[in-house]
Write a new protein. Structure first.
Length: 110
């Protein structure tokens, strides 16, 4: 079944990441997951993030790839350091950041 946003909707079936049917999680497993894990979501735009969407489709383990990428980044930084303005600008244009976060700290007038 497809919902109004074009996403697949599966009701009353539990599917694994590969689409195979699996047994529902036990209450103990649900409780362990709730107490021991955190899920972080990102939204990718079909128009502006197509390159990322295509890349992620090639990965067998998206979560593992992202976690390793962040760990590698953290190894190069001190624990308390924040990205510098130059590092952030290499990744995003100011207009994109402003759209996400509003006024940027380096744009404020003293």
């Amino acid at each position: 079944m497809i919902d109004s946003m074009g996403s697949s909707v599966v009701k009353s079936e539990h599917l694994s990441a590969k689409g195979a049917k699996r047994m529902p999680d036990s209450e103990a497993k649900k409780r362990w997951i709730k107490e021991n894990t955190t899920m972080i979501h990102i939204k990718l735009n079909h128009n502006t993030d197509q390159d990322l969407l295509e890349f992620f489709e090639t990965l067998d383990n998206r979560a593992g790839f992202i976690k390793q990428l962040v760990r590698d980044y953290l190894k190069t930084r001190s624990e308390s350091a924040q990205p510098t303005e130059e590092e952030v600008e290499r990744i995003f244009e100011d207009e994109e950041l402003e759209a996400l976060y509003g006024d940027l700290p380096w744009d404020e007038e003293d």
